[in-house]
Design a protein around this ligand. Structure first.
Ligand code: SAH
Length: 251
């Protein structure tokens, strides 16, 4: 059944209520997916409210749906994973956000590394942020994820280093690290499994030496993935998969 993200909260909807579809969903549902009166679809607001609705009327600019039944709220992630991702070229970043969402990342934290070659003006940053948000929403619509991963505005490297709190494992992906992520996960499983995981992936140019020192000092453990240098987005997807398989919902 087609699934559409509603920017408007669905918390106050009641069964049988008739609502007008927001413009973005109208376009997507009626023009792109060609839904007709009588068709069912799912609306979710990313905050845990999920409804099965039936299209009751369509005109040139609007469509109405009737709320049929509320679906059970999605369970919270078994292991919240935050992916800190150095800002890179648009398509690589999109890929990482899309695959990260599919693989169950709970929060994305883009950051500027010293070797990030993309530095965005405020206006471009805002447009990029909206674009990233749209990529995440598209991935949620497609993969059945009803809880929208959080997306933070880009932060400087220092701010990123200090976002880790509580019983968390913080791993910085680095091809030069002496320990593998697999070994770190094995350790975490036998000692004390973390309540949440932070993964940091660097830009195309890798981490600058002073960033490596600062991350070490802030308690981020450097870990490597096998013997090859991966593209940032590949490293992100591989690391999330390993973490989910060892401690999360791919186990
Ligand atoms: N020229 C850079 C390559 C950067 S690849 C360098 O030599 O470091 C982009 C990012 O992907 C890296 O910063 C790292 O976070 C991640 N990455 C790539 N290959 C990796 C590997 N084998 N193990 C761990 N992280 C890796």
């Amino acid at each position: 059944m087609p699934r559409f993200f509603s920017e408007t909260s669905l918390a106050a909807i009641t069964p049988g209520q008739e609502i007008c579809l927001p413009d973005a969903i109208f376009h997507h549902a009626v023009r792109v997916r060609r839904l007709k009166s009588g068709d069912d679809c799912i609306l979710f607001d990313g905050d845990g409210n999920v409804w099965r609705v039936t299209l009751t009327g369509i005109d040139k600019r609007r469509a109405f749906v009737r709320a049929e039944n509320q679906m059970p709220p999605p369970p919270p992630p078994s292991l919240p994973i935050t992916l800190a991702l150095a800002i890179t070229a648009v398509d690589r970043m999109d890929w990482a956000l899309q695959k990260g969402t599919e693989l169950g990342v709970a929060a994305f934290l883009p950051f500027y590394g010293e070797h990030s070659n993309a530095r965005l003006s405020d206006a471009r940053q805002e447009r990029r942020f909206e674009h990233w948000q749209a990529v995440i929403i598209g991935a949620c619509e497609q993969c059945g994820q009803n809880r929208l991963p959080r997306l933070s505005p880009p932060v400087p490297f220092d701010t990123l280093l200090n976002t880790v709190t509580g019983e968390a494992a913080a791993w910085r992906l680095d091809a030069d690290a002496s320990q593998t992520l697999a070994a770190a996960l094995q350790n975490a499983r036998t000692l004390s499994p973390p309540e949440q995981v932070f993964l940091m992936v660097g830009p195309e140019g890798g981490f600058a030496p002073n960033e490596v020192r600062a991350a070490d000092a802030a308690g981020w453990q450097a870990v490597r993935l096998g013997p090859r240098i991966l593209r940032a987005e590949t490293a992100a997807a591989a690391a999330i998969t390993l973490v989910q398989a060892a401690l999360g919902d791919l186990a």
